[in-house]
Design a protein around this ligand. Sequence first.
Ligand code: CP
Ligand code: NVA
Length: 329
Amino acid sequence: MFKGRHLLTLLDYTPEEIRALLDLAHQVKREKRERIFPERMKNMNIVLLFEKTSTRTRCAFEVAANDEGAKVTFLSNSQMGKKESLEDTAKVLGRFYDGIEFRGFEQTTVELLAKYAGVPVWNGLTDLYHPTQVLADLMTIEEHVKKPLNQVKFCYVGDARNNMGNSLMIGCAKMGMHFVGIAPKSLFPDPALTAKLQDLCKTTGASITLSDNIDAVDGADVIYTDVWVSMGEEAQFAERINLLQPYRVTMDMLKRTNNPDVVFLHCLPSFHDLETAVGRQIFDEYELTEMEVTDEVFRSRHSVVFDEAENRMHTIKAVMVATTTDTLD
Ligand code: CP
Ligand code: NVA
Protein backbone atom coordinates (compact mmCIF):
# COMPACT_ATOMS: atom_id res chain seq x y z
CA MET A 1 0.00 0.00 0.00
CA PHE A 2 1.37 3.40 -0.96
CA LYS A 3 -1.57 5.81 -0.69
CA GLY A 4 -1.27 7.95 2.43
CA ARG A 5 2.37 6.94 3.13
CA HIS A 6 5.15 9.36 3.97
CA LEU A 7 8.65 9.24 2.48
CA LEU A 8 10.97 10.26 5.33
CA THR A 9 13.78 7.76 4.63
CA LEU A 10 14.10 4.74 2.34
CA LEU A 11 14.61 2.67 5.51
CA ASP A 12 10.79 2.65 5.72
CA TYR A 13 10.35 1.06 2.27
CA THR A 14 10.86 -2.57 1.27
CA PRO A 15 12.98 -3.50 -1.76
CA GLU A 16 9.75 -4.45 -3.57
CA GLU A 17 8.24 -1.03 -2.82
CA ILE A 18 11.37 0.76 -4.03
CA ARG A 19 11.22 -1.41 -7.17
CA ALA A 20 7.59 -0.34 -7.73
CA LEU A 21 8.49 3.35 -7.30
CA LEU A 22 11.36 3.00 -9.80
CA ASP A 23 9.10 1.23 -12.29
CA LEU A 24 6.55 4.04 -11.97
CA ALA A 25 9.34 6.61 -12.42
CA HIS A 26 10.46 4.93 -15.68
CA GLN A 27 6.79 4.89 -16.78
CA VAL A 28 6.14 8.59 -16.07
CA LYS A 29 9.40 9.48 -17.84
CA ARG A 30 8.21 7.63 -20.96
CA GLU A 31 4.81 9.33 -20.68
CA LYS A 32 6.39 12.77 -20.48
CA ARG A 33 8.59 12.02 -23.51
CA GLU A 34 5.37 11.19 -25.41
CA ARG A 35 3.63 14.28 -23.98
CA ILE A 36 1.07 12.12 -22.19
CA PHE A 37 -0.19 13.82 -19.02
CA PRO A 38 -2.85 11.75 -17.21
CA GLU A 39 -3.18 14.39 -14.43
CA ARG A 40 -3.46 11.82 -11.66
CA MET A 41 -3.29 14.57 -9.00
CA LYS A 42 -5.93 16.84 -10.55
CA ASN A 43 -7.54 19.24 -8.05
CA MET A 44 -4.89 18.48 -5.42
CA ASN A 45 -2.67 21.05 -3.74
CA ILE A 46 0.79 20.49 -2.34
CA VAL A 47 3.04 22.73 -0.25
CA LEU A 48 6.83 22.90 -0.41
CA LEU A 49 8.53 24.00 2.82
CA PHE A 50 12.16 25.03 2.43
CA GLU A 51 14.58 25.99 5.24
CA LYS A 52 17.61 25.40 2.97
CA THR A 53 18.30 26.48 -0.62
CA SER A 54 17.46 24.31 -3.64
CA THR A 55 17.32 24.26 -7.43
CA ARG A 56 16.56 20.65 -8.44
CA THR A 57 14.33 19.53 -5.57
CA ARG A 58 12.06 22.54 -5.63
CA CYS A 59 11.76 22.58 -9.43
CA ALA A 60 11.28 18.80 -9.58
CA PHE A 61 8.36 18.96 -7.13
CA GLU A 62 6.83 21.96 -8.91
CA VAL A 63 7.08 20.59 -12.45
CA ALA A 64 6.04 17.09 -11.42
CA ALA A 65 3.00 18.48 -9.58
CA ASN A 66 2.09 20.72 -12.52
CA ASP A 67 2.37 17.77 -14.92
CA GLU A 68 0.02 15.76 -12.69
CA GLY A 69 -2.55 18.56 -12.45
CA ALA A 70 -1.79 19.59 -8.84
CA LYS A 71 -1.21 23.16 -7.69
CA VAL A 72 1.80 24.18 -5.63
CA THR A 73 2.54 26.61 -2.80
CA PHE A 74 6.21 27.38 -2.13
CA LEU A 75 6.79 28.44 1.48
CA SER A 76 10.18 29.49 2.85
CA ASN A 77 9.15 32.11 5.42
CA SER A 78 6.39 30.43 7.43
CA GLN A 79 5.66 30.82 11.14
CA MET A 80 6.77 27.21 11.68
CA GLY A 81 9.00 26.82 14.71
CA LYS A 82 9.22 30.60 15.21
CA LYS A 83 5.75 31.75 16.27
CA GLU A 84 3.95 28.42 15.84
CA SER A 85 4.88 24.92 16.92
CA LEU A 86 5.66 22.24 14.36
CA GLU A 87 2.62 20.33 15.59
CA ASP A 88 0.22 23.24 15.03
CA THR A 89 1.76 24.09 11.66
CA ALA A 90 1.48 20.48 10.54
CA LYS A 91 -2.18 20.35 11.56
CA VAL A 92 -2.95 23.57 9.68
CA LEU A 93 -1.13 22.53 6.51
CA GLY A 94 -2.81 19.13 6.65
CA ARG A 95 -6.19 20.88 6.43
CA PHE A 96 -5.15 22.78 3.30
CA TYR A 97 -2.95 20.40 1.37
CA ASP A 98 -2.86 16.86 -0.05
CA GLY A 99 0.89 16.53 0.48
CA ILE A 100 3.77 18.36 2.18
CA GLU A 101 7.42 18.47 1.10
CA PHE A 102 10.03 19.57 3.64
CA ARG A 103 13.69 20.46 3.13
CA GLY A 104 15.68 21.57 6.12
CA PHE A 105 18.03 20.75 8.93
CA GLU A 106 16.59 18.32 11.47
CA GLN A 107 15.18 14.92 10.57
CA THR A 108 12.91 15.32 13.62
CA THR A 109 11.17 18.23 11.87
CA VAL A 110 10.06 16.11 8.93
CA GLU A 111 9.09 13.33 11.37
CA LEU A 112 6.92 15.69 13.43
CA LEU A 113 5.25 17.05 10.29
CA ALA A 114 4.48 13.46 9.33
CA LYS A 115 3.15 12.67 12.79
CA TYR A 116 0.64 15.51 12.86
CA ALA A 117 -0.22 16.51 9.27
CA GLY A 118 -2.60 13.67 8.37
CA VAL A 119 -1.39 13.84 4.74
CA PRO A 120 1.74 12.40 3.06
CA VAL A 121 4.99 14.17 3.98
CA TRP A 122 8.02 13.89 1.67
CA ASN A 123 11.60 14.47 2.81
CA GLY A 124 13.27 16.79 0.30
CA LEU A 125 16.61 16.60 2.26
CA THR A 126 17.54 16.89 5.90
CA ASP A 127 20.95 16.75 7.58
CA LEU A 128 20.46 12.98 7.85
CA TYR A 129 18.77 11.75 4.66
CA HIS A 130 17.94 12.66 1.04
CA PRO A 131 15.68 9.79 -0.09
CA THR A 132 14.21 11.30 -3.26
CA GLN A 133 17.75 11.87 -4.56
CA VAL A 134 18.60 8.20 -4.14
CA LEU A 135 15.56 7.12 -6.16
CA ALA A 136 16.81 9.32 -9.02
CA ASP A 137 20.31 7.86 -8.62
CA LEU A 138 19.03 4.28 -8.80
CA MET A 139 16.93 5.14 -11.85
CA THR A 140 19.97 6.69 -13.56
CA ILE A 141 22.08 3.60 -12.81
CA GLU A 142 19.37 1.45 -14.40
CA GLU A 143 19.57 3.60 -17.52
CA HIS A 144 23.35 3.66 -17.82
CA VAL A 145 24.77 0.46 -16.30
CA LYS A 146 23.92 -2.61 -18.30
CA LYS A 147 23.49 -4.87 -15.27
CA PRO A 148 20.66 -5.45 -12.81
CA LEU A 149 21.05 -3.33 -9.68
CA ASN A 150 21.99 -6.34 -7.54
CA GLN A 151 25.14 -6.88 -9.63
CA VAL A 152 26.32 -3.27 -9.45
CA LYS A 153 29.45 -2.25 -7.54
CA PHE A 154 28.71 1.26 -6.30
CA CYS A 155 31.56 3.35 -4.87
CA TYR A 156 30.72 6.47 -2.89
CA VAL A 157 33.85 8.61 -2.44
CA GLY A 158 34.14 11.59 -0.08
CA ASP A 159 32.10 12.61 2.97
CA ALA A 160 30.55 9.21 3.67
CA ARG A 161 28.72 10.32 6.84
CA ASN A 162 26.56 13.04 5.26
CA ASN A 163 22.93 12.80 4.11
CA MET A 164 23.97 11.37 0.72
CA GLY A 165 26.43 8.86 2.20
CA ASN A 166 23.72 7.61 4.58
CA SER A 167 20.95 7.51 2.01
CA LEU A 168 22.99 5.85 -0.72
CA MET A 169 24.18 3.17 1.70
CA ILE A 170 20.50 2.53 2.58
CA GLY A 171 19.41 2.46 -1.08
CA CYS A 172 22.21 0.07 -2.04
CA ALA A 173 21.54 -2.23 0.93
CA LYS A 174 17.84 -2.35 0.06
CA MET A 175 18.43 -3.13 -3.61
CA GLY A 176 21.05 -5.85 -3.12
CA MET A 177 23.92 -3.73 -4.43
CA HIS A 178 27.60 -3.73 -3.49
CA PHE A 179 28.22 -0.47 -1.65
CA VAL A 180 31.78 0.67 -1.02
CA GLY A 181 32.19 3.82 1.05
CA ILE A 182 35.63 5.34 0.45
CA ALA A 183 36.51 8.09 2.91
CA PRO A 184 38.94 9.07 5.62
CA LYS A 185 38.08 7.02 8.71
CA SER A 186 36.84 10.12 10.57
CA LEU A 187 34.17 10.54 7.87
CA PHE A 188 32.90 6.96 7.87
CA PRO A 189 29.12 6.63 8.34
CA ASP A 190 27.52 6.23 11.77
CA PRO A 191 28.47 2.71 12.99
CA ALA A 192 24.90 2.13 14.25
CA LEU A 193 23.44 2.77 10.78
CA THR A 194 26.15 0.66 9.14
CA ALA A 195 25.49 -2.25 11.53
CA LYS A 196 21.73 -2.07 10.95
CA LEU A 197 22.28 -2.12 7.17
CA GLN A 198 24.84 -4.95 7.40
CA ASP A 199 21.99 -6.96 8.94
CA LEU A 200 19.65 -5.99 6.12
CA CYS A 201 22.31 -7.07 3.58
CA LYS A 202 21.89 -10.66 4.82
CA THR A 203 18.36 -10.70 3.45
CA THR A 204 18.88 -8.64 0.27
CA GLY A 205 22.21 -10.10 -0.86
CA ALA A 206 23.84 -6.67 -0.73
CA SER A 207 27.24 -5.92 0.76
CA ILE A 208 28.73 -2.90 2.50
CA THR A 209 32.47 -2.22 2.67
CA LEU A 210 34.16 0.85 4.11
CA SER A 211 37.74 1.77 3.22
CA ASP A 212 40.04 4.76 3.45
CA ASN A 213 42.03 3.50 0.46
CA ILE A 214 41.01 4.74 -2.99
CA ASP A 215 42.26 1.50 -4.55
CA ALA A 216 38.89 0.13 -3.36
CA VAL A 217 37.38 1.64 -6.54
CA ASP A 218 38.76 -1.35 -8.49
CA GLY A 219 35.92 -2.94 -10.48
CA ALA A 220 33.45 -0.12 -9.77
CA ASP A 221 30.46 0.27 -12.07
CA VAL A 222 29.59 3.63 -10.51
CA ILE A 223 31.69 6.32 -8.83
CA TYR A 224 29.57 8.78 -6.85
CA THR A 225 30.65 11.87 -4.96
CA ASP A 226 29.02 14.82 -3.23
CA VAL A 227 30.22 18.17 -1.91
CA TRP A 228 32.79 18.06 0.91
CA VAL A 229 30.78 20.51 3.02
CA SER A 230 27.01 20.14 3.17
CA MET A 231 24.49 22.93 3.71
CA GLY A 232 24.72 24.13 7.30
CA GLU A 233 28.36 22.97 7.77
CA GLU A 234 30.06 25.92 6.08
CA ALA A 235 32.36 26.51 9.08
CA GLN A 236 34.09 23.20 8.31
CA PHE A 237 35.61 23.99 4.90
CA ALA A 238 39.25 24.10 6.13
CA GLU A 239 39.02 20.77 7.94
CA ARG A 240 37.20 19.01 5.09
CA ILE A 241 39.54 20.33 2.39
CA ASN A 242 42.42 18.99 4.39
CA LEU A 243 40.80 15.58 4.86
CA LEU A 244 39.21 15.09 1.47
CA GLN A 245 41.69 16.33 -1.15
CA PRO A 246 43.08 12.80 -1.66
CA TYR A 247 39.51 11.65 -2.36
CA ARG A 248 38.78 14.06 -5.23
CA VAL A 249 37.32 12.18 -8.20
CA THR A 250 39.89 12.45 -11.00
CA MET A 251 40.48 10.73 -14.34
CA ASP A 252 43.20 8.76 -12.57
CA MET A 253 40.63 7.48 -10.06
CA LEU A 254 38.31 6.46 -12.90
CA LYS A 255 41.23 4.58 -14.53
CA ARG A 256 41.88 2.78 -11.27
CA THR A 257 38.40 1.22 -11.54
CA ASN A 258 39.74 -0.79 -14.51
CA ASN A 259 36.27 -0.36 -15.98
CA PRO A 260 36.36 1.67 -19.21
CA ASP A 261 32.60 2.18 -18.94
CA VAL A 262 32.51 3.35 -15.31
CA VAL A 263 29.68 5.85 -14.75
CA PHE A 264 30.14 9.06 -12.73
CA LEU A 265 27.26 10.38 -10.62
CA HIS A 266 26.87 13.47 -8.40
CA CYS A 267 23.66 14.72 -6.81
CA LEU A 268 24.68 18.33 -7.66
CA PRO A 269 25.30 21.18 -7.12
CA SER A 270 29.03 20.58 -7.65
CA PHE A 271 32.24 22.57 -7.26
CA HIS A 272 34.04 21.41 -10.42
CA ASP A 273 35.18 24.84 -11.65
CA LEU A 274 35.43 28.48 -10.57
CA GLU A 275 32.05 29.53 -11.94
CA THR A 276 30.45 29.90 -8.50
CA ALA A 277 30.81 32.53 -5.78
CA VAL A 278 31.65 29.89 -3.17
CA GLY A 279 34.13 28.20 -5.52
CA ARG A 280 35.95 31.51 -6.07
CA GLN A 281 36.02 32.21 -2.33
CA ILE A 282 37.60 28.79 -1.73
CA PHE A 283 40.09 29.47 -4.53
CA ASP A 284 41.09 32.79 -2.91
CA GLU A 285 41.62 31.11 0.44
CA TYR A 286 42.99 27.65 -0.48
CA GLU A 287 44.01 27.97 -4.19
CA LEU A 288 41.78 25.05 -5.21
CA THR A 289 40.29 25.32 -8.69
CA GLU A 290 38.13 22.21 -8.19
CA MET A 291 36.92 20.42 -5.10
CA GLU A 292 35.19 17.01 -4.98
CA VAL A 293 35.50 16.28 -8.74
CA THR A 294 37.69 17.61 -11.54
CA ASP A 295 36.09 19.55 -14.35
CA GLU A 296 37.57 16.92 -16.70
CA VAL A 297 35.61 14.08 -15.05
CA PHE A 298 32.48 16.20 -14.68
CA ARG A 299 32.42 16.90 -18.42
CA SER A 300 33.68 13.47 -19.52
CA ARG A 301 31.70 10.74 -21.31
CA HIS A 302 31.51 8.91 -17.96
CA SER A 303 29.44 11.65 -16.37
CA VAL A 304 25.65 11.31 -16.50
CA VAL A 305 24.92 13.98 -13.90
CA PHE A 306 22.36 15.84 -15.99
CA ASP A 307 20.36 12.68 -16.73
CA GLU A 308 20.52 12.12 -12.97
CA ALA A 309 19.24 15.67 -12.33
CA GLU A 310 16.39 15.19 -14.82
CA ASN A 311 15.45 11.95 -13.10
CA ARG A 312 14.74 13.90 -9.89
CA MET A 313 11.58 15.12 -11.62
CA HIS A 314 10.42 11.66 -12.73
CA THR A 315 11.15 9.94 -9.42
CA ILE A 316 9.56 12.71 -7.35
CA LYS A 317 6.52 12.50 -9.61
CA ALA A 318 6.37 8.76 -8.96
CA VAL A 319 6.58 9.30 -5.19
CA MET A 320 3.83 11.94 -5.18
CA VAL A 321 1.52 9.93 -7.45
CA ALA A 322 2.09 6.71 -5.46
CA THR A 323 1.42 8.32 -2.08
CA THR A 324 -1.53 10.57 -2.95
CA THR A 325 -3.48 8.31 -5.36
CA ASP A 326 -4.28 4.59 -5.66
CA THR A 327 -2.07 4.20 -8.78
CA LEU A 328 0.19 1.57 -7.14
CA ASP A 329 -2.33 0.11 -4.66
N1 CP B 1 20.45 17.45 -5.58
C1 CP B 1 19.69 18.37 -4.98
O1 CP B 1 18.97 18.11 -4.01
O2 CP B 1 19.75 19.60 -5.56
P1 CP B 1 19.12 20.95 -4.98
O3 CP B 1 19.86 21.28 -3.73
O4 CP B 1 19.33 21.95 -6.08
O5 CP B 1 17.66 20.72 -4.69
N1 NVA C 1 25.15 16.81 1.02
C1 NVA C 1 24.61 17.93 0.28
C2 NVA C 1 23.57 17.46 -0.69
C3 NVA C 1 22.99 18.53 -1.56
C4 NVA C 1 21.96 18.02 -2.50
C5 NVA C 1 24.03 18.95 1.25
O1 NVA C 1 23.32 18.55 2.18
O2 NVA C 1 24.30 20.14 1.09
